[in-house]
Design a protein around this ligand. Sequence first.
Ligand code: UDP
Length: 316
Amino acid sequence: MPISVVTGGAGFLGSHLTDRLLQEGHQVVAIDNLITGNERNLDLLGGHANFRFLRHDVTQFLEVEGAVDYVFHFASPASPIDYLELPIQTLKVGSLGTHNALGLAKAKGAKFLLASTSECYGDPLVHPQKEDYWGNVNPIGPRGVYDEAKRFAEAMTMAYHRYHKVDTKIVRIFNTYGPRMRLRDGRVVPAFIGQALKGEPLTVFGDGKQTRSFCFVSDLVDGIYRLSQSNFHEPVNIGNPRELTILEFAERIRRLTGTKSEIVRKPLPVDDPKQRQPDITRAKKILGWEPKVVLEDGLRETIRWFEANLDSPARK
Ligand code: UDP
């Protein structure tokens, strides 16, 4: 039975990935310091015989007893308001945390998979974004703490691959949504759904003409699992190429929830990317992967989940 370590295992993506690995017959050790992760995501798994949770900050030396076959490094704050609140932790988990996670993989002879991000492309001047685009990132802006940490993490991962011959993979994750997102994490999907369900105005930042492309979490996890089983070492974009403006997205949420909420404008955050759409040619070719869940279906499922979880505490 393969043994997998998932850093950030109590987070939105880490917990869904953990579910999938358990289904695939892995033993999973989830590691999380719970600064943005949520223990409630793990309650669902708590009783599983093949699941273990370690509360630990991965920027500190990582020790896991026994054999490890895979290390999935998913620990990081992941929403723009979290980077503003936790800038140093964000930089540390992408740099020191990645170093420790790679060190664990090397020591155990395990395969390693890095959760990287479309933020590596910054505010992209190439559209849609292909993996060979080097990006347009402001290193000293408020998002720089996340973007540069992840770019460093990619560089460190490739160095461990080339120099130490560790079997590494890098996934560049585009905007993803689904059940278990934190209601107040500030990202657009929980923000709009929460506002719509509570009858509050939907806060569109800027003129709402900036675009994003939203991938349902089950599709994303399937792409990541396939990548973990591949022999491909360069970055692979995983995301849904269906692109829409934030204003269109707000309208879609209004329609699907049936809310009477108005749309209000708020200032555009600094360095907010104007457009984002993954080119998934590489994932199709190498992994035989493409997303299957239609936006409206994924949103309906997400809305149902938020309806049942509207009372969650402030930071969760
Ligand atoms: N956004 C918005 N209203 C909100 C939250 C976000 O209009 O309440 C916009 C934000 O400015 C960005 C897009 O939605 O253009 C996606 O933001 P998110 O924080 O989800 O992630 P990003 O893709 O920027 O990392």
